[in-house]
Design a protein. Structure first.
Length: 95
């Protein structure tokens, strides 16, 4: 598990490949989906998530771990939660 970074820091560290792959689990996938969806439409978030997660997995030497269907599922579930309630952060969504 990664430390509870704020969403902007999480997204920036993910994009710059500064996150430790060994600490990137389901919780972090949900947080990342939230951060990717915040302030953009679903399609754009999906494209950014796909590219970012593929790059992250490849940099960790685990390209085969990227799963397209799971990426879309996480995004769809998080987007639904975000549509039902205005969460101030991904940590609030998880709570």
């Amino acid at each position: 598990m990664l430390p509870d970074l704020d969403d902007a820091t999480l997204l920036a560290r993910f994009a710059s490949l500064e996150l430790a792959p060994g600490g990137f689990h389901h919780r972090e996938h949900i947080r990342l989906a939230f951060a990717m969806l915040r302030g953009t439409d679903f399609g754009e978030a999906a494209l950014r998530s796909r590219a970012g997660l593929g790059r992250f997995a490849a940099a960790a030497g685990a390209h085969a771990k990227y799963h397209e269907t799971l990426t879309w599922a996480y995004l769809a579930l998080v987007a639904r939660c975000m549509a039902e309630r205005d969460y101030p952060s991904s940590l609030a969504l998880l709570d």
